[in-house]
Design a protein. Structure first.
Length: 475
């Protein structure tokens, strides 16, 4: 049954119907639409628009329909325009014309945005749970390698010696920020638009705050025009999901590099690799590459929605039908890639002897020379220059810094005494950086301990929120 048409002399052209049809993708909102309709029904009963008796019939019909939607027994058909028309059709088929009473006092404008918010609350928490699994896998790998010495890189060039667990833990830090962003999103966007009607509010739903509370929202939007036209929450969710994608891409990039023959730092498990149809020897890190590749898709979804939103006037416009597909795609993309990437990380075998073998290459102890001179009272600008001269001498002699003789050091600067040798070890360079954010073994151990505690708190928060929300979503 169409939700509109009384003032029209006929139905839409086939091309218009095809263009307008959204049920193929917005059917994902069906469970939430049922729950929102029940909350709306409660308001109509309270205001006397629907009698208590009819209300119980409609409620029973909606609950039964919800069960059939969950089991797959009920779904949309070729005549349904969108999820809302499909559910109204199903309700009327089940309980008769009284089911049409439910439409009073609401519009698809406020209904769809309420459904959409509930979908996002549910699925962002699901994404958060998957992120927490990846964080736990990274924490375990970091803990295994909190004493493994490695060359640190900037610009893909050797920089300074670090602890490899410190390198891995940077990904946990980034992903915990993603969880923080999801928490921020929930706090800011758990505000109900139901009751806004098409644009001006509803004369038949005088207390929308009650419906908001029933649905688990913390409040209601105060401007009905904003309520039906706001999609900030969708764009913000896409930004959060895109940032997750960027962080997964960085993990993928590093694993792709580390697993090459040239690096040989990590062996990716067979279960998380693929082969070649022509080269029998190949073992490709496809999961890492797909994580890297999917980031472009997630960024594109954000850019696409922002472009759709940038020039919309007044209240609801049909352009907003374009809000859901990019969100659905980003959510579903991450829910596919996150478990695979978690499996890849958790089963990866790193090779400490290979990782540490090149730690002194590329004159990576040059900063230690400069720091040694700075501690001896040499202004750092001059110390930096002298360290550079030492590197130049190394390149001329084909040596690394620790291989220069005492006389060679002294020829560069008089304060480069034989004591410089105490600073020219990878472990010494690492141990000297013992601040709270440094790469010393003690600092890394404390960081990993803090990350494990933060992860446990995040897991607890996600579990509590999912439990609370699932309870609110029960009809």
């Amino acid at each position: 049954m169409a939700l509109w048409g009384g003032r029209f002399s006929g139905g839409p052209a086939d091309s218009v119907a095809a263009l307008s049809r959204s049920v193929d993708f917005d059917w994902r909102l069906a469970p939430y639409d049922v729950r929102v309709n029940i909350a709306h029904l409660n308001g109509l009963i309270a205001s006397g628009v629907i009698s208590a008796g009819n209300g119980e019939v409609i409620r029973a019909g909606l609950k039964a329909l919800g069960v059939e939607i969950s089991s797959g027994k009920f779904s949309y058909n070729d005549q349904d325009e969108d999820v809302h028309s499909a559910i109204e059709r199903g309700l009327i088929e089940k309980i008769g014309p009284v089911g049409g009473s439910l439409r009073a006092g609401r519009s698809r404008n406020d209904l769809v945005v309420t459904d959409f918010k509930l979908y996002l609350i549910d699925h962002l928490l699901e994404v958060a749970a998957e992120i927490s699994e990846l964080i736990s896998a990274l924490n375990q790998q970091s803990k295994k390698h909190q004493e493994t010495v490695a060359p640190g890189f900037t610009h893909l060039q050797h920089a300074q010696p670090i602890i490899f667990g410190h390198e891995l833990a940077k990904h946990t830090q980034a992903l915990l920020r993603d969880l923080d962003r999801i928490g921020d999103w929930l706090e800011r966007n758990s505000i109900s638009p139901l009751g806004a009607g098409a644009i001006a509010g509803s004369a038949l739903q005088p207390t929308p705050e009650i419906s908001a509370s029933e649905l688990g929202f913390t409040g209601i939007l105060e401007n009905s025009i904003d309520a039906v036209s706001d999609r900030d929450f969708a764009a913000e969710a896409l930004f959060v999901l895109a940032m997750v994608g960027i962080h997964l891409s960085r993990i993928g990039e590093e694993f792709t590099i580390w697993s090459t023959s040239e690096f040989g730092w990590v062996s990716v498990a067979d279960a998380y690799s693929t082969g070649s149809s022509i080269m029998p020897q190949k073992k490709n890190p496809d999961i890492a590459e797909l994580a890297r590749g999917k980031a472009g898709r997630l960024v594109g979804n954000l850019t696409g929605l922002l472009t759709t939103l940038k020039g919309l006037p007044f209240a609801y416009n049909r352009d907003l039908q374009e809000d859901k597909e990019p969100v659905f795609d980003s959510i579903e993309t991450l829910l596919v890639i996150l478990p695979a990437l978690t499996g890849m990380v958790s089963t990866a075998i790193f090779h400490p002897s290979v990782i540490g073998s090149g730690v002194l290459a590329g004159h990576s102890l040059a900063t230690e020379v400069a720091d040694f001179l700075a501690k001896a009272g040499v202004p750092f600008a001059q110390a930096h220059e002298a360290a550079g001269e030492c590197v130049k001498l190394c390149e001329k002699e084909g040596k690394e810094l620790h291989q220069l003789s005492d006389s060679q050091f002294a020829s560069v600067h008089e304060k480069l005494t034989p004591d410089i040798r105490t600073a020219l070890t990878a472990q010494g360079a690492i141990d000297s950086r013992s601040s709270i954010l440094g790469t010393a073994v003690s600092s890394v151990a404390e960081q990993i301990s803090n990350l494990e505690s933060a992860t446990q708190e995040a897991v607890k928060w996600i579990s509590n929120e999912r439990h609370r929300f699932s309870g609110m979503m029960k009809p």
